[in-house]
Design a protein around this ligand. Structure first.
Ligand SMILES: *[C@@H]1O[C@H](CO)[C@@H](O)[C@H](O)[C@H]1NC(C)=O
Ligand SMILES: *[C@@H]1O[C@H](CO)[C@@H](O)[C@H](O)[C@H]1NC(C)=O
Ligand SMILES: *[C@@H]1O[C@H](CO)[C@@H](O)[C@H](O)[C@H]1NC(C)=O
Ligand SMILES: *[C@@H]1O[C@H](CO)[C@@H](O)[C@H](O)[C@H]1NC(C)=O
Ligand SMILES: *[C@@H]1O[C@H](CO)[C@@H](O)[C@H](O)[C@H]1NC(C)=O
Ligand SMILES: *[C@@H]1O[C@H](CO)[C@@H](O)[C@H](O)[C@H]1NC(C)=O
Length: 610
């Protein structure tokens, strides 16, 4: 078994009473009080006095009045390595979303409401927490006309930079790019980079060789009417995908720090070269005679190397702006040397899984059902609560992400009603049939409709792409307006939910594959095949709210679970789990009822792709 050794994020989140439980603990969970004398600081608060003193000193030679500290890395990664946790080190706040600004007399953190309690527990009284308002307004208020606001361009996306500039320039505040990070200058005991060597995917998990991928991407460069001469890859999953390589720099994500600059006859790979083993060098240079020669360059030399490339006459560099940082983007001048699209051709190509990838990702979901999560972070659970378990794993063949909500006591009428409506939403998206090329945003409301009917809703997106031993949240697939249209071979999560503040939370998340389906009159239509194979909690389903078509869908899904997961459980001797699975996948409809529906409406039932 290729289980890579960890469970991503087993969160037993019982939304009800989380706060309550937290307050019951002593000290560790209390919030700071900066208005008491002396200020009250919980043991979880970090003393930032010295750090701020040093940072302010480091700001002085740059003549900046304020310094912006984002919480991301140079690849605009969703999850970052401890090596890049500058915001956490400076402020004490370790939440995954936030931005700080430091001036000579203030230090302020912005984060969203999910993290306010955590920030009040982790920050000392040197820091202010801004709950409302936005950074640019604050900067204008706290600085004078002509003042410079410093930032590390490696930590700014092209769009973020543009958003700041749009607001600050008219107010005559100058954004000053400082490529050498000021926090790094003073960061004592900075966590080192993991020393691990890079690895290549085993042959059986490679859908397309890296040489063929390079050819394919060069083909897209060739076909592009703006005639780029090079493609710059900045997102970590872009380079990892292109070369079928994996690493271990980012917790829970098998990525390594890297950039790639690809031309029609050269391939420059920027990595920490000491991590490339002799074996990998051979792997990367086995077809050197056919325009597939990989030149390894040091990760830190990317800016310098790109600058040199741009000095050549007639060059034009293609970048996907979504993941390119400002430090590289700002080098590509004049405009004639730049070709930009939101996503690089690697991201859009990668979004469509080839046959091998589809097959192994499916198989990973069958196996995954049989690996049971171990409890790591848990508080005492009560039988009268609702539990939302969002769990996932990285396997060499695939990445899984699934959420089930269960109740171990007697659910209330509202809990049942809401759960069933969330389930209806999940089923409606899963069984919908749509023309290839439809944008997710145009089917997203199917996931909300049953909730809207009774005045309920949820405040998050409805799904995201997922990779093969890759990112759990793989852009640009999904149901938001900035996601790309669905094509056959894309995997997405489908995850409607409902959350009642301080009471309970519901989410039902499955991974599904977009695949073609025959329709009576048209060609090139798609539907979803659900590849996550775990039954839903029957106790929470009110079948009278489900339509006949939804019940038929459920029954056919449950049949697939039995057929695919059953033999796997048996072969592993997991009798108890097998019995549980059988009991929980009993059909909802009698055979007669399904037959009637099937004859009434063959199209709606699809030949369900599952
Ligand atoms: C903080 O301390 C002040 C002064 O002792 C007190 O009045 C206030 O209630 C405290 N705030 C909180 C949130 O405990
Ligand atoms: C924080 O550290 C500074 C400098 O190291 C020290 O002077 C100060 O007393 C500390 N503050 C608290 C609240 O412990
Ligand atoms: C900040 O607020 C201003 C005015 O209220 C608004 O125009 C601007 O779009 C906001 N900026 C961001 C980044 O939200
Ligand atoms: C430093 O910044 C101030 C504005 O805060 C500006 O007036 C001055 O010209 C700057 N000095 C240098 C050397 O750039
Ligand atoms: C591949 O071979 C070329 C030409 O000999 C060499 O310059 C390059 O460094 C080699 N690359 C790797 C990854 O070993
Ligand atoms: C199921 O839903 C129907 C229709 O909303 C409702 O009348 C009934 O009380 C619900 N049953 C249960 C057991 O909650």
């Amino acid at each position: 078994m290729t289980f890579s050794g960890w469970i991503l994020a087993l969160c037993l989140v019982a939304l009800e009473g989380e706060r309550h439980a937290a307050h019951a603990e002593e000290g560790a969970s209390s919030e700071r009080n900066c208005s008491s004398v002396p200020p009250y600081l919980p043991p979880t608060a970090v003393n930032t006095t010295l750090r701020l003193l040093q940072l302010r000193a480091a700001m002085k030679p740059h003549n900046i009045s304020a310094y912006i500290i984002p919480g991301t890395d140079a690849h605009l990664s969703e999850y970052i390595a401890p090596y890049d946790a500058r915001l956490a080190w400076m402020s004490g706040f370790s939440g995954s979303a936030g931005t700080a600004v430091v001036t000579q007399d203030k230090a302020v953190l912005w984060t969203d409401s999910r993290y306010w309690v955590q920030a009040e527990r982790q920050m000392d009284c040197n820091w202010e927490l801004e709950r409302d308002g936005n950074i640019t307004n604050w900067l204008i208020k706290e600085t004078k006309e002509g003042d410079e606001v410093g930032f590390d361009p490696f930590l700014f996306s092209v769009d973020t930079f543009a958003a700041y500039k749009t607001k600050l320039a008219p107010a005559k505040r100058v954004l000053t790019s400082i490529p050498d990070n000021l926090v790094d200058e003073i960061w004592s005991e900075r966590p080192p980079l993991p020393p691990d060597s890079l690895t290549r995917l085993p042959d059986e998990f490679i859908g397309v060789t890296w040489q063929n991928k390079v050819d394919q991407i060069r083909g897209q460069m060739m076909d592009n009417p703006y005639k780029p001469t090079a493609l710059l890859l900045s997102a970590l999953d872009e380079t990892a995908w292109l070369f079928n390589l994996r690493g271990n720099d980012i917790p829970f994500n098998p990525f390594f720090y890297s950039y790639t600059l690809l031309t029609f006859d050269k391939i420059w790979l920027f990595v920490h070269t000491e991590r490339v083993t002799e074996e990998l060098k051979v792997y990367l240079n086995s077809s050197c005679d056919t325009l597939h020669c990989v030149q390894l360059l040091n990760y830190d030399s990317v800016r310098e190397h790109l600058m040199k490339y741009l000095e050549e006459p007639g060059v034009r560099v293609w970048v996907g702006t979504e993941y390119t940082n400002q430090a590289l983007y700002e080098l590509i001048t004049p405009e004639g040397k730049l070709l930009q699209s939101t996503y690089s051709p690697v991201l859009t190509t990668k979004a469509v899984k080839v046959d091998t990838e589809q097959r192994i990702l499916r198989e990973a979901h069958v196996r995954k059902h049989t690996t049971y999560p171990s409890k790591e972070t848990a508080r005492q659970l009560r039988v009268d609560e609702m539990y939302l378990v969002d769990s996932g794993g990285q396997y060499l063949d695939g990445t899984t992400d699934i959420t089930r909500t269960v109740h171990w006591g007697k659910p209330t009428a509202l809990q049942k009603d809401a759960f069933t409506r969330v389930l209806k939403g999940n089923i409606e998206i899963s069984r919908t049939i749509f023309p290839a090329g439809t944008k997710g945003v145009n089917i997203e409301m199917l996931g909300r409709r049953a909730l809207w009917e009774v005045g309920l809703n949820y405040g998050h997106g409805t799904g995201h792409g997922v990779g093969n031993y890759f990112g759990v949240h793989e852009w640009p697939v999904g149901f938001q307006s900035n996601n790309i249209p669905f094509q056959e071979g894309m995997f997405t999560s489908i995850e409607p939910g409902y959350y009642k503040e301080n009471d309970f939370g519901i989410r039902i998340e499955d991974i599904a594959l977009a695949r073609s389906i025959k329709t009576e009159h048209g060609n090139n239509y798609l539907t979803f095949e659900t590849v996550s194979l775990v039954p839903y909690d029957r106790k929470l389903i009110n079948t009278t709210i489900l339509s006949l078509e939804q019940l038929v869908w459920l029954d056919s899904y449950y049949r697939v679970i039995r057929e695919k997961v059953g033999p796997e459980l048996k072969s592993q001797g997991l009798t108890e789990v097998y019995d549980w699975m059988i009991e929980n996948t009993q059909p909802f409809l009698t055979d007669g009822a399904s037959a009637v529906v099937a004859s009434m409406s063959p199209l709606l039932l699809g030949e369900q792709a599952i």
